[in-house]
Design a protein. Structure first.
Length: 225
């Protein structure tokens, strides 16, 4: 995933599909990307990323997984490890839901680690969710992320995804002078063939003075096993 949360809806779809099956499923994924962008902000100093993970989805709706990527914040951290789990399902009216947690572990800089609670709903291609952390990093601020998206099929093999997010913290000037909040957005064109997924995304934010949050185009190649 070149952007974990840009592709949260895709992950949820995989988990929901696994939950709807008749037995537990285990899958793996690997991605090569020109940048790792998380909620509109580069996590790799605007350089390439190698990412991968494993997912388990039970027949009761429970799921768990682990995901990793290289990162570069200019400090000691070089690897991000995410551990997550939760419960996903679908109502009789076709509304999908997902309740879970994500633990972000930054090898070499444990003061960056934090835990999020996550809740999302989906219906007919639309999705909406909220992620909450009471401490964004060691002694960090309360953190809330709201997201919404829409995914649609185009011509055979092609998909289009639209997403928008809003980040809110309780510390003034947290992101830049005068900003304790910001918005991010993305448009992603995807194409799948021979079991390989290609994605081209335009990603941006409304932050003006954060170089890592500039508008950018990201290309990725992914394979699920």
């Amino acid at each position: 995933m070149f952007n974990k949360k840009l592709l949260t809806a895709s992950l949820a779809s995989v988990l929901l599909a696994g939950a709807a099956g008749t037995q537990a499923e285990v899958s793996a994924n690997v991605t090569l990307a020109t940048d790792y962008v998380f909620r509109g902000i580069s996590q790799t100093d605007e350089k390439g990323a190698i990412q991968g993970g494993f997912d388990w989805a039970g027949d009761t709706g429970l799921y768990a997984g682990i995901w990793a990527s290289n990162v570069n914040f200019g400090g000691e951290a070089s690897t991000e490890m995410d551990y997550y789990g939760g419960y996903a399902g679908e109502t009789a009216s076709g509304i999908g839901y997902d309740v879970g947690f994500i633990y972000y572990d930054y090898e070499g800089e444990s003061e960056l680690d934090y835990v999020e609670l996550a809740f999302s709903l989906g219906y007919a291609g639309f999705s909406a969710g909220v992620n909450y952390s009471d401490e964004f990093g060691e002694d960090g601020p309360e953190y809330i992320y709201y997201s919404a998206g829409y995914d649609m099929d185009l011509a055979e093999g092609f998909t289009l995804g639209l997403n928008v997010g809003y980040t809110d913290t309780d510390i003034d000037d947290y992101w830049e002078e005068g900003a304790d909040t910001y918005m991010d957005y993305g448009v992603t064109l995807g194409y799948s063939t021979a079991g390989v997924d290609f994605a081209l995304a335009l990603i941006g934010t409304d932050l003006d003075d954060v170089e890592a949050a500039d508008d950018r185009v990201v290309f990725s190649i992914s394979k699920s096993l």
